[in-house]
Design a protein around this ligand. Structure first.
Ligand SMILES: [Mn+2]
Length: 311
């Protein structure tokens, strides 16, 4: 082929989306029969950086716009979350674990979407079915996707398959699990070089819910207070983001990944009313405490989607 083929995840890339693109690049020759480049749709976060440095892997370059590249899309199928330039005729494959976001293709494509805890697990299944041997670095990448995306198996997105895959791969990697989880969670919570705008944008996604535009940001941390002390600035920044991006609703959740609860930030009257009708939680000074809520994909998006797409 005379054009470049890339693997790329969603905007505001998280660890699963970056490592999945890298994993696809490591196995593309064996899965698809050609070499590809792993790229990212934005600056990588501290957690991803940590694991790439630990494994001495180079950071994928940032791609701002898709020009002629053929695209293997990982960790999303939501048009709003993909960088500009993806056309119906340059989509080659999708590998994901989210709800179908509404992509179209002009040709038949390779598509594997499965409700597992992370895209890394979906990739592992593809490798297993093709009897492709997984090396130690790739195994570590998949394990990291699992721990990061399922919050160490505490998210309701976790499946029995994720646990099984983790056990199988840790026979190769032989990690001290407790230590490793601690390293990943510490890197995830690290606020070094992170501004208030980064806090609300690093893990932010837009959704079309019926005709309503909803933005939902999350920040996963072992110590919510390190973020909540900046509450006034965060609410100000959220209000600016809401008007800049012309969102009908904007939510932001600080997820406590040790106690497995969330503080949902309420920026205005509309959000307060909507949140009251779909979530149950106690209000405290501009926040709603959501007990047991840790997953945007399974616990924040579906109730909002149910309510708003009927309007
Ligand atoms: Mn993911």
């Amino acid at each position: 082929m005379n054009y470049k083929i890339i693997a790329i995840g969603h905007k505001n890339p998280d660890t699963d989306s970056v490592l999945s693109a890298i994993l696809i690049s490591r196995f593309a020759k064996k899965i698809f029969g050609f070499e590809i480049d792993a790229v990212v749709a934005g600056k990588i976060n501290n957690e991803t950086n940590y694991i790439l440095e630990k494994l001495k892997l180079k950071k994928p370059r940032i791609l701002k716009i898709i020009k002629k590249e053929a695209v293997i899309l990982v960790d999303t199928t939501e048009p709003k979350q993909i960088i500009d330039g993806l056309m119906e005729n340059n989509l080659l494959a999708i590998i994901d674990h989210h709800n179908f976001g509404g992509l179209k293709s002009s040709k038949p494509i390779f598509a594997r979407v499965e409700a597992l805890g992370c895209t890394g697990s979906v990739i592992y299944k593809i490798l297993q079915e093709r009897n492709i041997k997984v090396d130690k670095i790739s195994a570590t990448l998949i394990i990291t996707c699992i721990i990061s995306d399922t919050l160490n198996f505490n998210s309701p997105t976790t499946t029995a398959d994720d646990k099984k895959i983790f056990r199988e791969l840790n026979k190769i990697v032989k990690l001290d699990v407790k230590n490793f989880v601690n390293e990943i969670f510490t890197a995830k919570s690290n606020l070094k070089g992170i501004s208030v705008d980064d806090i609300i944008s690093k893990d932010y996604k837009q959704f079309d819910m019926g005709r309503i535009k909803v933005g939902i940001g999350v920040w996963e941390t072992t110590s919510p207070e390190t973020v909540n002390v900046q509450k006034d600035k965060i609410i100000q920044a959220l209000l600016e983001k809401k008007s800049e991006e012309k969102m009908d609703y904007l939510f932001f959740a600080v997820v406590d990944i040790i106690k497995n609860n969330s503080d949902l930030y309420i920026v205005g009257q509309e959000e307060a009313e909507l949140a009251k009708s779909v979530f149950s939680g106690n209000k405290k000074e501009g926040l709603i405490f959501l007990r047991g809520v840790v997953s945007r994909k399974k616990q924040l998006v579906p109730p909002l989607m149910d309510k708003l797409s009927r309007e």
